[in-house]
Design a protein around this ligand. Sequence first.
Ligand code: UD1
Length: 420
Amino acid sequence: MDRLHIRGGRPLIGEIAISGAKNAALPLMAASLLASAPLILENVPDLADIRTMTALLRELGMEVTREASGRLVLAGPPRQALAPYDIVRRMRASVLVLGPLLARLGEARVSLPGGCAIGTRPVDLHLKGLAELGAEIHLEGGYIIARSPKGLRGADIALPFPSVGATENILMAAVLAQGRTVIANAAREPEIGDLARCLNLMGAQIEGIGTDRLVIDGVSRLEGAIHRVIPDRIETGTYLCAAALTGGDLFLRGAEPGHLTALLKSLREAGVTIETVPGGLRVRREGRLVGVDVMTEPYPGFPTDMQAQFMTLMSVAEGAAMITETVFENRFMHVPELNRMGARINVHGASAIVRGVPELQGAPVMATDLRASVSLVLAGLAARGETIVNRVYHLDRGYERLEEKLAACGAAIERWREAA
Ligand code: UD1
């Protein structure tokens, strides 16, 4: 398995181009199942998760072609409704084909994604919402079997929790349902706005984009479209932390500050200088870092996908920081690894108390999920000595050309390839 070798202590200076958002691209790719003509997505990052979704869509009979410069052409129609375990187990977001398949083909058989490293993550809200649209759903042999022999009908759906995936699945089914659907307490993440805007471009009628109440008037068919994926706010946030940790100065080209309000506020409170400049964001840190408390929440709150990276930053800040995770249970697996690098972090239930130390020391570390892995890369960039990050495949799921982007700004980071 590949691993990363990092020699820490060098400030990151230069420019990093922000890639298209993985979590926007995945549902947009699933939405191609709904279109009667090719959907063309621009600015799609080249990542393992995108390749997994490509494999799944091909399995369903779609033609997916990647062109130079990150353009993805997705052409249907889907020819079969089975999303097999073998692909779904590789990536939970595979479940996003459920709503579109049901709406387009009247049936879907999708493997249950199962547990994962950051909690149990059930799909009950997805299934309940689709059932309210008239789908008949049961579980059989580890598969979700969904049918809508009489077609889907609009309904008033109130989500008990604003789940991102459930909102996306219900939205993609409702666009082709008969009549009006209202999703109350919908998730408001920018990736959902991106999906809704693309669906409208394809001919859907969705109102309330960006709010927690989506109103969808069903249409009988959707056309193709050309749509550009929004910049990745979590990749942006990760490089903001990297610049701050190393006392660097970075220009993040293409970053969208409007999607990062909560994170920017916390970073500025911690002593990081961030300016909106033409074409992106400039970040630098000259003075000391100070501890700031944060609590993860659904958007527009502090993103759970930035919790681990922010914790690395707080591990070298002056004073203490309390970091509370409210979105996922069990999302502190990076804590023991950071502590092995000299951090002083204690977990009490859903909160971690981080007592800042003057510096971290390099060590061999191992990560269990995407954002935890990158928090250890950040720690390695700031630490004295060498850090070896094992299980790099997690990073390849979500960070495009990570070591290339960091090395171009002065990081001493290298991938050691090993046969599996
Ligand atoms: C998406 C993101 C992920 C991010 C998360 C929260 C993608 C591909 N992934 O994941 O990176 O960390 O949003 O911002 O976009 N839940 C239920 N029942 C359900 C669905 C969810 O109980 O049917 C719970 C989950 O267990 C979790 C919480 O709701 O505790 C949030 O999950 P959700 O918003 O659905 O996240 P994902 O869509 O899986």
